[in-house]
Design a protein around this ligand. Structure first.
Ligand code: ASP
Length: 437
Protein backbone atom coordinates (compact mmCIF):
# COMPACT_ATOMS: atom_id res chain seq x y z
CA UNK A 1 0.00 0.00 0.00
CA UNK A 2 1.27 3.48 -0.80
CA UNK A 3 2.19 5.44 2.28
CA UNK A 4 0.39 8.73 2.81
CA UNK A 5 2.92 11.58 3.07
CA UNK A 6 3.47 12.94 6.59
CA UNK A 7 2.06 16.39 5.85
CA UNK A 8 -1.14 14.85 4.47
CA UNK A 9 -1.45 12.71 7.56
CA UNK A 10 -1.27 15.85 9.70
CA UNK A 11 -3.77 17.72 7.52
CA UNK A 12 -6.20 14.78 7.75
CA UNK A 13 -5.72 14.73 11.54
CA UNK A 14 -6.46 18.47 11.73
CA UNK A 15 -9.62 18.20 9.64
CA UNK A 16 -10.80 15.12 11.54
CA UNK A 17 -10.24 16.89 14.85
CA UNK A 18 -12.42 19.84 13.78
CA UNK A 19 -15.20 17.44 12.74
CA UNK A 20 -14.96 15.37 15.92
CA UNK A 21 -14.81 18.38 18.23
CA UNK A 22 -17.89 19.86 16.54
CA UNK A 23 -19.77 16.57 16.84
CA UNK A 24 -18.77 16.21 20.49
CA UNK A 25 -20.35 19.56 21.28
CA UNK A 26 -23.72 18.14 20.19
CA UNK A 27 -23.52 15.57 22.97
CA UNK A 28 -23.04 18.16 25.69
CA UNK A 29 -21.88 16.76 29.01
CA UNK A 30 -22.55 13.05 28.39
CA UNK A 31 -20.28 10.91 30.55
CA UNK A 32 -18.48 9.27 27.67
CA UNK A 33 -17.59 12.68 26.22
CA UNK A 34 -15.42 13.43 29.24
CA UNK A 35 -13.72 10.03 28.91
CA UNK A 36 -13.14 10.56 25.20
CA UNK A 37 -11.66 14.00 25.86
CA UNK A 38 -9.42 12.55 28.53
CA UNK A 39 -8.07 9.99 26.09
CA UNK A 40 -7.54 12.70 23.46
CA UNK A 41 -5.74 14.83 26.03
CA UNK A 42 -3.50 11.91 26.91
CA UNK A 43 -2.63 11.25 23.26
CA UNK A 44 -1.81 14.93 22.72
CA UNK A 45 0.30 15.11 25.86
CA UNK A 46 2.21 11.97 24.97
CA UNK A 47 3.10 13.37 21.57
CA UNK A 48 4.19 16.76 22.93
CA UNK A 49 6.16 15.21 25.76
CA UNK A 50 7.90 12.76 23.43
CA UNK A 51 9.02 15.68 21.26
CA UNK A 52 10.15 17.67 24.28
CA UNK A 53 11.94 14.61 25.66
CA UNK A 54 14.49 14.66 22.85
CA UNK A 55 15.06 18.41 22.64
CA UNK A 56 17.86 18.65 25.19
CA UNK A 57 20.05 15.80 23.86
CA UNK A 58 19.22 16.77 20.28
CA UNK A 59 20.16 20.43 20.66
CA UNK A 60 23.32 19.73 22.66
CA UNK A 61 24.56 16.94 20.40
CA UNK A 62 23.78 18.69 17.13
CA UNK A 63 25.43 21.96 18.13
CA UNK A 64 28.53 20.27 19.47
CA UNK A 65 28.80 17.81 16.56
CA UNK A 66 28.15 20.62 14.08
CA UNK A 67 30.67 23.01 15.59
CA UNK A 68 33.31 20.38 16.02
CA UNK A 69 33.11 19.78 12.28
CA UNK A 70 33.61 23.46 11.53
CA UNK A 71 36.96 24.74 10.44
CA UNK A 72 38.00 26.64 13.55
CA UNK A 73 36.69 29.71 15.24
CA UNK A 74 36.66 31.96 12.15
CA UNK A 75 34.03 29.88 10.40
CA UNK A 76 31.87 30.05 13.49
CA UNK A 77 32.31 33.82 13.85
CA UNK A 78 31.36 34.42 10.24
CA UNK A 79 28.27 32.26 10.50
CA UNK A 80 27.30 33.77 13.84
CA UNK A 81 27.43 37.32 12.53
CA UNK A 82 25.46 36.45 9.40
CA UNK A 83 22.81 34.60 11.39
CA UNK A 84 22.34 37.35 13.95
CA UNK A 85 22.14 39.96 11.17
CA UNK A 86 19.47 37.95 9.35
CA UNK A 87 17.47 37.41 12.54
CA UNK A 88 17.73 41.10 13.34
CA UNK A 89 16.44 42.10 9.90
CA UNK A 90 13.52 39.66 9.90
CA UNK A 91 12.38 40.45 13.44
CA UNK A 92 12.59 44.19 12.88
CA UNK A 93 10.62 43.93 9.64
CA UNK A 94 7.98 41.83 11.45
CA UNK A 95 7.58 44.38 14.23
CA UNK A 96 7.36 47.32 11.83
CA UNK A 97 4.85 45.42 9.70
CA UNK A 98 2.73 44.69 12.80
CA UNK A 99 2.81 48.33 13.80
CA UNK A 100 1.79 49.57 10.35
CA UNK A 101 -1.09 47.10 10.06
CA UNK A 102 -2.47 47.81 13.53
CA UNK A 103 -2.33 51.56 12.87
CA UNK A 104 -4.09 51.16 9.54
CA UNK A 105 -6.76 48.69 10.67
CA UNK A 106 -7.29 50.07 14.19
CA UNK A 107 -9.06 46.96 15.53
CA UNK A 108 -9.63 48.60 18.95
CA UNK A 109 -11.55 51.60 17.60
CA UNK A 110 -15.05 52.09 16.21
CA UNK A 111 -15.53 55.22 14.08
CA UNK A 112 -12.26 56.53 15.46
CA UNK A 113 -13.38 56.11 19.09
CA UNK A 114 -12.28 53.46 21.61
CA UNK A 115 -14.56 50.42 21.36
CA UNK A 116 -16.63 50.54 24.56
CA UNK A 117 -18.00 47.02 24.13
CA UNK A 118 -14.52 45.59 23.95
CA UNK A 119 -13.61 47.45 27.09
CA UNK A 120 -16.43 45.66 28.82
CA UNK A 121 -15.22 42.34 27.45
CA UNK A 122 -11.83 43.10 28.97
CA UNK A 123 -13.38 44.01 32.32
CA UNK A 124 -15.35 40.76 32.45
CA UNK A 125 -12.71 38.49 31.01
CA UNK A 126 -11.29 37.48 34.40
CA UNK A 127 -14.59 35.75 35.16
CA UNK A 128 -14.51 33.74 31.94
CA UNK A 129 -11.22 32.14 32.79
CA UNK A 130 -11.37 29.00 34.91
CA UNK A 131 -9.54 29.15 38.25
CA UNK A 132 -7.16 26.52 36.98
CA UNK A 133 -6.22 28.58 33.91
CA UNK A 134 -5.85 31.71 36.00
CA UNK A 135 -3.53 29.97 38.41
CA UNK A 136 -1.50 28.55 35.52
CA UNK A 137 -1.23 31.97 33.94
CA UNK A 138 -0.29 33.75 37.14
CA UNK A 139 2.30 31.18 38.03
CA UNK A 140 4.03 31.68 34.68
CA UNK A 141 3.79 35.39 35.11
CA UNK A 142 5.47 35.48 38.47
CA UNK A 143 8.20 33.25 37.28
CA UNK A 144 9.02 35.20 34.17
CA UNK A 145 7.76 38.71 34.70
CA UNK A 146 11.16 39.95 35.67
CA UNK A 147 12.61 42.66 33.53
CA UNK A 148 14.33 42.11 30.18
CA UNK A 149 17.81 41.84 31.74
CA UNK A 150 16.82 38.32 32.80
CA UNK A 151 17.23 37.28 29.15
CA UNK A 152 20.95 37.98 29.43
CA UNK A 153 21.21 36.29 32.79
CA UNK A 154 19.64 33.15 31.35
CA UNK A 155 22.46 32.93 28.82
CA UNK A 156 24.79 31.73 31.56
CA UNK A 157 22.87 29.36 33.81
CA UNK A 158 24.74 28.75 37.07
CA UNK A 159 23.88 25.07 36.85
CA UNK A 160 23.88 23.47 33.42
CA UNK A 161 22.15 20.29 34.62
CA UNK A 162 19.32 22.36 36.07
CA UNK A 163 19.09 24.34 32.82
CA UNK A 164 18.71 21.02 30.98
CA UNK A 165 16.14 19.76 33.46
CA UNK A 166 14.09 22.91 32.91
CA UNK A 167 14.57 22.80 29.10
CA UNK A 168 16.13 26.23 29.37
CA UNK A 169 17.30 26.36 25.77
CA UNK A 170 19.16 29.66 25.78
CA UNK A 171 21.51 28.54 28.54
CA UNK A 172 22.03 25.12 26.93
CA UNK A 173 22.74 26.76 23.62
CA UNK A 174 25.43 29.06 25.00
CA UNK A 175 27.03 26.19 26.93
CA UNK A 176 27.02 23.90 23.87
CA UNK A 177 28.47 26.64 21.70
CA UNK A 178 31.31 27.21 24.18
CA UNK A 179 31.87 23.45 24.40
CA UNK A 180 31.99 23.00 20.62
CA UNK A 181 34.26 26.00 20.10
CA UNK A 182 36.59 24.84 22.86
CA UNK A 183 36.88 21.48 21.09
CA UNK A 184 38.20 23.18 17.97
CA UNK A 185 41.09 24.55 20.04
CA UNK A 186 42.64 21.10 20.61
CA UNK A 187 44.47 18.81 18.17
CA UNK A 188 41.87 16.95 16.08
CA UNK A 189 43.15 13.53 17.17
CA UNK A 190 42.72 14.31 20.84
CA UNK A 191 39.10 15.37 20.33
CA UNK A 192 38.10 12.54 17.98
CA UNK A 193 36.39 10.32 20.62
CA UNK A 194 34.31 13.26 21.80
CA UNK A 195 33.39 14.18 18.24
CA UNK A 196 32.37 10.59 17.49
CA UNK A 197 30.33 10.43 20.67
CA UNK A 198 28.28 13.55 19.98
CA UNK A 199 27.85 12.60 16.33
CA UNK A 200 26.53 9.17 17.33
CA UNK A 201 24.26 10.70 19.97
CA UNK A 202 22.88 13.04 17.33
CA UNK A 203 22.23 10.18 14.91
CA UNK A 204 20.30 8.32 17.60
CA UNK A 205 18.18 11.38 18.38
CA UNK A 206 17.32 11.75 14.70
CA UNK A 207 16.19 8.14 14.61
CA UNK A 208 13.93 8.70 17.63
CA UNK A 209 12.47 11.84 15.99
CA UNK A 210 11.48 9.66 13.04
CA UNK A 211 9.67 7.25 15.34
CA UNK A 212 7.86 10.04 17.17
CA UNK A 213 6.65 11.46 13.87
CA UNK A 214 4.88 8.18 13.09
CA UNK A 215 2.71 9.02 16.06
CA UNK A 216 2.18 12.67 14.97
CA UNK A 217 -1.30 12.36 13.37
CA UNK A 218 -2.74 10.62 16.43
CA UNK A 219 -1.12 13.06 18.86
CA UNK A 220 -2.16 16.09 16.85
CA UNK A 221 -5.70 14.78 16.51
CA UNK A 222 -5.98 14.31 20.30
CA UNK A 223 -4.48 17.69 21.08
CA UNK A 224 -6.69 19.55 18.61
CA UNK A 225 -9.96 17.89 19.66
CA UNK A 226 -9.35 19.07 23.24
CA UNK A 227 -8.25 22.55 22.15
CA UNK A 228 -11.23 23.14 19.87
CA UNK A 229 -13.62 21.73 22.44
CA UNK A 230 -12.31 24.08 25.14
CA UNK A 231 -12.16 27.22 23.04
CA UNK A 232 -15.78 28.02 22.57
CA UNK A 233 -15.56 31.27 24.55
CA UNK A 234 -18.05 33.95 23.59
CA UNK A 235 -15.41 36.67 23.48
CA UNK A 236 -14.25 35.25 20.15
CA UNK A 237 -16.90 37.21 18.26
CA UNK A 238 -16.19 40.55 19.85
CA UNK A 239 -12.50 40.20 19.11
CA UNK A 240 -13.13 39.51 15.39
CA UNK A 241 -11.41 42.63 14.01
CA UNK A 242 -8.41 41.95 16.22
CA UNK A 243 -8.17 38.39 14.90
CA UNK A 244 -8.34 39.59 11.32
CA UNK A 245 -5.65 42.22 11.93
CA UNK A 246 -3.25 39.69 13.48
CA UNK A 247 -3.87 37.06 10.80
CA UNK A 248 -3.39 39.56 7.95
CA UNK A 249 -0.12 40.79 9.43
CA UNK A 250 1.18 37.26 10.07
CA UNK A 251 0.08 36.21 6.57
CA UNK A 252 1.92 39.14 4.98
CA UNK A 253 5.08 38.34 6.88
CA UNK A 254 4.90 34.64 6.03
CA UNK A 255 3.84 34.89 2.40
CA UNK A 256 5.31 38.22 1.28
CA UNK A 257 8.14 39.58 3.45
CA UNK A 258 10.00 36.32 4.17
CA UNK A 259 9.71 35.04 0.56
CA UNK A 260 11.05 38.39 -0.69
CA UNK A 261 14.00 38.12 1.69
CA UNK A 262 14.59 34.53 0.55
CA UNK A 263 14.60 35.62 -3.06
CA UNK A 264 16.58 38.83 -2.69
CA UNK A 265 19.16 37.90 -0.06
CA UNK A 266 19.40 34.16 -0.66
CA UNK A 267 18.47 33.89 -4.38
CA UNK A 268 16.22 31.03 -3.28
CA UNK A 269 12.90 30.05 -4.83
CA UNK A 270 10.39 30.51 -1.96
CA UNK A 271 8.15 27.73 -3.32
CA UNK A 272 10.98 25.22 -3.01
CA UNK A 273 11.42 26.28 0.55
CA UNK A 274 7.74 26.11 1.46
CA UNK A 275 7.65 22.62 -0.03
CA UNK A 276 10.66 21.52 2.02
CA UNK A 277 9.19 22.90 5.26
CA UNK A 278 5.56 21.82 5.01
CA UNK A 279 5.67 19.15 7.71
CA UNK A 280 7.50 21.45 10.13
CA UNK A 281 5.01 24.24 9.43
CA UNK A 282 2.04 21.97 10.08
CA UNK A 283 3.62 20.61 13.26
CA UNK A 284 4.32 24.15 14.50
CA UNK A 285 0.75 25.12 13.70
CA UNK A 286 -0.68 22.09 15.49
CA UNK A 287 1.51 22.20 18.59
CA UNK A 288 1.87 26.00 19.01
CA UNK A 289 5.36 25.30 20.27
CA UNK A 290 8.48 26.12 18.29
CA UNK A 291 10.66 24.26 20.80
CA UNK A 292 8.65 21.05 20.45
CA UNK A 293 8.80 21.46 16.66
CA UNK A 294 12.59 21.90 16.63
CA UNK A 295 13.42 18.22 15.95
CA UNK A 296 11.12 18.29 12.89
CA UNK A 297 12.42 21.67 11.72
CA UNK A 298 15.98 20.35 11.87
CA UNK A 299 15.15 17.31 9.81
CA UNK A 300 13.19 19.23 7.18
CA UNK A 301 15.95 21.81 6.81
CA UNK A 302 18.71 19.23 6.52
CA UNK A 303 17.04 16.49 4.56
CA UNK A 304 14.48 18.32 2.44
CA UNK A 305 16.26 21.61 1.88
CA UNK A 306 19.75 20.10 1.88
CA UNK A 307 21.36 22.36 4.50
CA UNK A 308 24.52 20.95 6.11
CA UNK A 309 24.53 19.76 9.71
CA UNK A 310 26.94 22.54 10.67
CA UNK A 311 24.70 25.32 9.43
CA UNK A 312 21.40 23.80 10.56
CA UNK A 313 22.62 22.91 14.00
CA UNK A 314 23.87 26.40 14.60
CA UNK A 315 21.08 28.50 13.07
CA UNK A 316 18.00 26.51 14.11
CA UNK A 317 18.44 26.00 17.87
CA UNK A 318 19.57 29.62 18.05
CA UNK A 319 16.50 30.66 16.05
CA UNK A 320 14.10 28.57 18.13
CA UNK A 321 15.40 30.39 21.18
CA UNK A 322 15.97 33.98 20.13
CA UNK A 323 14.25 34.54 16.79
CA UNK A 324 10.48 34.81 16.89
CA UNK A 325 9.15 36.96 14.08
CA UNK A 326 5.53 35.98 14.57
CA UNK A 327 5.71 36.55 18.31
CA UNK A 328 7.38 39.97 17.99
CA UNK A 329 4.78 41.04 15.43
CA UNK A 330 1.97 39.75 17.63
CA UNK A 331 3.24 41.49 20.76
CA UNK A 332 3.23 44.77 18.89
CA UNK A 333 -0.32 44.40 17.62
CA UNK A 334 -1.66 43.14 20.96
CA UNK A 335 -0.22 46.06 22.94
CA UNK A 336 -1.43 48.65 20.41
CA UNK A 337 -4.85 47.03 20.29
CA UNK A 338 -5.32 47.21 24.06
CA UNK A 339 -4.08 50.83 24.05
CA UNK A 340 -6.68 51.66 21.39
CA UNK A 341 -9.50 50.04 23.37
CA UNK A 342 -8.43 51.82 26.55
CA UNK A 343 -8.39 55.13 24.71
CA UNK A 344 -4.70 55.73 25.20
CA UNK A 345 -2.96 57.88 22.62
CA UNK A 346 0.28 56.29 21.48
CA UNK A 347 2.58 58.92 19.96
CA UNK A 348 5.65 58.13 17.88
CA UNK A 349 7.93 57.83 20.93
CA UNK A 350 5.50 55.44 22.66
CA UNK A 351 5.28 53.28 19.54
CA UNK A 352 9.06 53.17 19.28
CA UNK A 353 9.17 51.97 22.87
CA UNK A 354 6.84 49.14 21.84
CA UNK A 355 9.09 48.29 18.87
CA UNK A 356 12.18 48.06 21.07
CA UNK A 357 10.35 46.15 23.81
CA UNK A 358 8.90 43.68 21.29
CA UNK A 359 12.35 43.10 19.78
CA UNK A 360 13.93 42.47 23.16
CA UNK A 361 11.19 40.43 24.78
CA UNK A 362 10.69 38.20 21.74
CA UNK A 363 14.27 37.02 22.35
CA UNK A 364 13.36 35.89 25.84
CA UNK A 365 9.97 34.31 25.07
CA UNK A 366 10.10 30.52 25.42
CA UNK A 367 8.98 28.39 22.47
CA UNK A 368 5.91 27.02 24.26
CA UNK A 369 2.19 27.76 23.88
CA UNK A 370 1.03 31.24 24.97
CA UNK A 371 4.51 32.16 26.20
CA UNK A 372 4.29 35.65 24.75
CA UNK A 373 1.36 36.61 27.01
CA UNK A 374 3.80 37.44 29.79
CA UNK A 375 5.91 39.58 27.46
CA UNK A 376 2.78 41.46 26.35
CA UNK A 377 1.86 42.16 29.95
CA UNK A 378 5.35 43.47 30.68
CA UNK A 379 5.22 45.81 27.67
CA UNK A 380 1.73 47.06 28.55
CA UNK A 381 2.85 47.82 32.09
CA UNK A 382 6.00 49.57 30.83
CA UNK A 383 3.87 51.75 28.57
CA UNK A 384 1.48 52.49 31.43
CA UNK A 385 -1.59 51.12 29.64
CA UNK A 386 -4.49 50.98 32.11
CA UNK A 387 -6.45 47.77 32.69
CA UNK A 388 -3.60 45.63 31.35
CA UNK A 389 -4.32 42.74 33.72
CA UNK A 390 -7.92 42.34 32.59
CA UNK A 391 -7.05 42.76 28.93
CA UNK A 392 -4.43 40.04 29.08
CA UNK A 393 -7.03 37.55 30.31
CA UNK A 394 -9.23 38.31 27.30
CA UNK A 395 -6.29 37.82 24.93
CA UNK A 396 -5.33 34.63 26.75
CA UNK A 397 -8.81 33.11 26.35
CA UNK A 398 -8.74 33.47 22.57
CA UNK A 399 -5.04 32.91 22.14
CA UNK A 400 -4.80 29.41 20.72
CA UNK A 401 -5.49 29.98 17.03
CA UNK A 402 -3.31 33.08 16.93
CA UNK A 403 -0.61 31.22 18.84
CA UNK A 404 -0.69 28.37 16.32
CA UNK A 405 -0.33 30.79 13.44
CA UNK A 406 2.46 32.87 14.94
CA UNK A 407 4.37 29.72 15.91
CA UNK A 408 4.31 28.59 12.27
CA UNK A 409 5.69 32.01 11.31
CA UNK A 410 8.37 31.72 14.02
CA UNK A 411 9.50 28.34 12.70
CA UNK A 412 9.45 29.43 9.08
CA UNK A 413 11.55 32.51 9.96
CA UNK A 414 14.22 30.30 11.55
CA UNK A 415 14.29 27.97 8.58
CA UNK A 416 14.71 30.92 6.18
CA UNK A 417 17.84 31.95 8.07
CA UNK A 418 19.20 28.40 7.79
CA UNK A 419 18.83 28.25 4.00
CA UNK A 420 20.02 31.82 3.37
CA UNK A 421 23.15 31.28 5.49
CA UNK A 422 23.73 27.85 3.88
CA UNK A 423 23.50 29.41 0.43
CA UNK A 424 25.96 32.13 1.38
CA UNK A 425 28.35 29.40 2.56
CA UNK A 426 28.18 27.84 -0.92
CA UNK A 427 25.98 24.85 0.00
CA UNK A 428 23.90 23.13 -2.69
CA UNK A 429 20.22 23.26 -1.74
CA UNK A 430 16.96 21.51 -2.71
CA UNK A 431 18.67 18.76 -4.69
CA UNK A 432 17.78 15.88 -2.48
CA UNK A 433 15.26 13.51 -4.07
CA UNK A 434 14.74 11.49 -0.92
CA UNK A 435 12.71 13.65 1.44
CA UNK A 436 12.57 13.18 5.22
CA UNK A 437 8.87 13.85 5.69
N1 ASP B 1 3.99 29.67 21.01
C1 ASP B 1 5.05 30.49 20.48
C2 ASP B 1 6.19 29.60 20.04
O1 ASP B 1 6.33 28.51 20.54
C3 ASP B 1 5.53 31.51 21.47
C4 ASP B 1 4.46 32.56 21.69
O2 ASP B 1 4.40 33.51 20.90
O3 ASP B 1 3.66 32.43 22.61
O4 ASP B 1 6.95 29.95 19.19
Amino acid sequence: MRKIAAHWQIIIALVASVIFATLLKQFGDAGWVATFLKICDLLGDLFMQALKMIIVPLVVSSIIAGLAGMAGFDGFKRMGLKTLAFYGITTLSAVVLGLVIVNVMQPGLVDGQPNAELRQVFDNSGEQLSDEDKARFEEGQQEKAKDWTSIFKRMFPPNIIKAGAESQLLGLLVFSLLFGIAMTQFPAKQMQPMRDFFQALNDVMIKITQWIMVFAPVGIFGMMVVTIHQNGAAVFQELGPYFVTVLIALGLHLFVILPILLKVIGKINPLDHFRAMKTALLTAFSTASSSATLPITMRCVQENAGVSKQTASFTLPLGATVNMDGTALYECIAVMFVAQVMGMQMDFAAQMLIVISALLTSIGVAGVPSASMVAILIIMNNCGIPGANNAIYALFIVDRLLDMTRTAVNVFGDSCAAVVIAKSEGEQLYQNDKKAF
